[in-house]
Each structure stands twice: as structure tokens, then as C-alpha cells.
Design a protein around this ligand. Sequence first.
Ligand SMILES: C[S@@+](CC[C@H](N)C(=O)[O-])C[C@H]1O[C@@H](n2cnc3c(N)ncnc32)[C@H](O)[C@@H]1O
Length: 215
Amino acid sequence: MHKETDLKLERIDGRLSLVKQDTVFYGDFTKLKKRLTHANLTHEMPVKACRIKNKQMPVSVLDATAGMGEDALLLAAFGFNVTLYERDETIYKLLSDTIERAKEDADLLKAVSRMTLFYEDSIKAMRELKEKPDVVYLDPMFPLRTKSGLVKKKFQLIHELEKPCEDENELLEAALSAALVRVVIKRPLKGEYLAGVKPDYSIEGSTIRYDCINR
Ligand SMILES: C[S@@+](CC[C@H](N)C(=O)[O-])C[C@H]1O[C@@H](n2cnc3c(N)ncnc32)[C@H](O)[C@@H]1O
């Protein structure tokens, strides 16, 4: 049982799942398969934000706020080597199980084999890195999902685990010291800059914005 909520982790139909009464949430990379073709990936905003001109692949990306690893999967499917850090134990376990299940799927194996997940606070990890990544990717807040009541209810479970990002200054500072080429920050379109720091440029979508700070 999660300490501050009545959420439980249970294995249901082979999937580690977060359960609260009759609502069940688990990670599922198979739903992203359509987006994983090379042609589609070149239009994905995280890919556009992390690509480095004239740099040979694989570019290395440190995803400092792994969550359920969906952005990282897009990056890994494109060909980036992605190291992920997640500090919430329950989210780490759910994501770790999602990655392990994806390894059994021939369509996902190549992408997930480029993902390495650690259960660790990325601020501490980034301050102690031996090898620096090209890009640090930050997405400290779960977005609000409103498409359907069902999706919303399921995602509310994971929202319950989320703590407000109270250390954005430290997070950005550690990211800036770790990244060799760029720090990429995912924000709501009208959201404030992370830690109030103005980026060099932003890539805007209809609801989301990627703030990019070059090193
Ligand atoms: C919005 S989610 C990331 C969603 C992710 N981009 C995706 O595509 O699924 C933010 C996650 O970052 C984690 N987090 C926040 N600060 C962190 C830190 N300093 N180290 C590791 N994980 C952190 C939170 O626990 C949460 O799971």
C-alpha cells in the first residue's frame, strides 16, 4: 500500500498495476506503436526538441523525470540512447514492469533496449555523473488528461502519487551543469518558464511547449 494514499500495486493479468477500488492503471507502450515509425517520429515534438544538427547518432539523452516513460520511448524509438531517472518508488516499479513487458514485443524490443532506467533522484545523479549526456530532458509535471472520463480516472491514480515540483531551481541547475549540448523542458503551452529561466527558443504545439536552452 502506498504510504500517503490507499493505492495498491497488484499484478493483474501479468501486468504490475496501480489499483484503487475499481480503477486500475498500468503502463502500456503498445498503444504508442503507431507513432513509432521513423516518418512519424520525425514530427514528434520531443524528437524535434532533442535532435542535434550535425551530430552523429546515437545522441545521448538523460530523461531526468521519467514518469511512465512515454516521451523517452519516442526518443529511444527514433534512435537516441535514453537514460531515465525516476524517484518515486511506485512509478519506478510500474515503468520498470512496462519496459520489461515491452521487451517481449518484437515491435518494441529495439526501442526499449535503448532505454536504461534508474530508481534515483536525478538531481543527485546529475551532480555526480561520470559521463555527461548530450541532452537533458525535463518534464516535471504530469499533464491534465481530459479526453475521456475513463482515461482521466485512470490517470488520476498516477496524479495522486505526484508531488508538486518544489525543487525546480535545483533540477534546472543540475540539468544545466550535466548537459553537453542542450536542456529541453516540456511545459504546458501557457505555463511559466521552469525556475523562471528564459530559454534560447521554444517549439510550440497546440497544448505543449518545449523550451530549449543551449549550452
Ligand atoms: C510528468 S512525469 C513525466 C512524464 C514522462 N515525460 C512521460 O512521458 O511519461 C514527472 C515524473 O518525474 C518524476 N520526478 C520529478 N522530479 C524528479 C527527480 N528530481 N528525479 C527523478 N524523478 C523525478 C516524478 O516522480 C514523476 O514521475
